[in-house]
Write a protein that binds this ligand. Structure first.
Ligand SMILES: Cc1cc2nc3c(=O)[nH]c(=O)nc-3n(C[C@H](O)[C@H](O)[C@H](O)COP(=O)(O)OP(=O)(O)OC[C@H]3O[C@@H](n4cnc5c(N)ncnc54)[C@H](O)[C@@H]3O)c2cc1C
Length: 287
């Protein structure tokens, strides 16, 4: 299908992009276009004006600063997947990126676009929650920080306000022995997550879990933190029995989606299986 007519402006700086947004409240930001353009072609989205931020160089970077990992919103999935820095200090990010779509999608799609889009089956939201990331939102009124637990509000809805651009994603670096992993069941047609589980473990000793931070996507209307699983893992020695009983809480208090591919009962079961798999993979990654 062909999209409804729209105007297009390419912003050269963040300030230009913010001014355009402030003057046109129905304008949509265009990043990699790999969620927005399909939605426009299906006429699910009909923005009158596209504010193209894809050429703003200042929004593409991966760096360490002030004890944090800082990633510009326009950094592509592939740049994260292939970052040697991230492979060393935060392997969950390249691991998660490698599961997104195909090479073409990963070359154009951006972490900022994906996080701001908040697709309930998108991969990044699970990692963002597991890593307790902070989103830096900027507007004509200044900047604010939004914590991962407050960011994903509902299906395709985030805590970003009209006029705000997600500028940067920050992740605090952890000291100590950690284990990271992302385990995903890919939908065979779309490649999106039927279930995706991101795990970030901090260990006391060899296999005693000091703290577990987990994000789950694909299961409900938005990505979520399975708090009961985390609580059951904290302070215990991780083995088949403790992991199995913790994973049984993967969908506690969650309204589980069902569709033609996976019923709610099946998805609920998959969530427990993929929590177990992700924890096992994180233990292996920790070495
Ligand atoms: C064939 C195909 C397969 C895919 N498979 C997967 C998959 O397996 N897993 C997965 O997670 N995703 C998948 N995707 C989606 C892909 O990851 C998109 O790149 C991503 O969801 C959106 O990023 P984008 O940069 O393309 O954003 P765009 O499509 O440009 O924008 C998406 C939305 O976010 C807004 N936006 C963009 N940037 C910002 C910003 N900095 N601040 C505020 N708002 C912003 C836009 O206005 C728009 O509403 C797939 C897409 C395709 C086409």
């Amino acid at each position: 299908m062909i999209s409804a007519p729209f105007d297009y402006v390419r912003a050269n700086t963040l300030d230009e992009a913010l001014s355009l947004l402030a003057q046109n409240e129905d304008a949509k930001l265009l990043a990699g276009g790999h969620s927005l353009i399909p939605a426009m072609k299906l006429r699910l989205a009909q923005p009158p004006l596209l504010d193209d931020i894809s050429r703003i160089k200042d929004l593409t970077y991966i760096r360490e600063e002030a004890g944090q990992i800082r990633i510009g919103a326009m950094t592509t999935h592939y740049q994260i997947e292939s970052s040697d820095l991230l492979k060393n200090i935060c392997p969950l990010l390249p691991d998660c990126a490698s599961h997104i779509g195909d090479l073409q999608v990963r070359n154009k799609g951006t972490i900022g676009g994906s996080v701001a889009h908040a697709d309930p089956a998108g991969d990044w939201p699970a990692a963002i929650i597991a890593l307790n990331a902070e989103m830096i939102a900027t507007s004509k009124n200044g900047e604010r920080t939004i914590k991962a637990d407050d960011f994903f509000v509902d299906m395709l809805t985030t805590a970003l306000e009209p006029g705000e651009i997600l500028r940067e994603i920050r992740i605090n670096k952890t000291n100590g022995r950690t284990g990271h992993a992302y385990a995903k069941m890919h939908h065979p047609a779309s490649g999106f997550a039927v279930v995706g589980v991101a795990v970030n473990l901090l260990f006391n000793g060899d296999s005693e879990c000091k703290s577990a931070s987990i994000g789950i996507t694909g299961v409900s209307s938005k990505a979520y933190r399975p708090s009961a699983v985390e609580t059951a893992l904290n302070g215990v020695t991780l083995d088949e029995a403790t992991i199995g009983s913790a994973a049984a809480h993967a969908t506690d208090g969650v309204d589980v989606n069902g569709d033609v591919f996976a019923s709610d009962e099946y998805r609920k079961h998959l969530a427990t299986v993929y929590v177990r798999r992700a924890i096992a993979a994180a233990m292996e990654q920790a070495g």
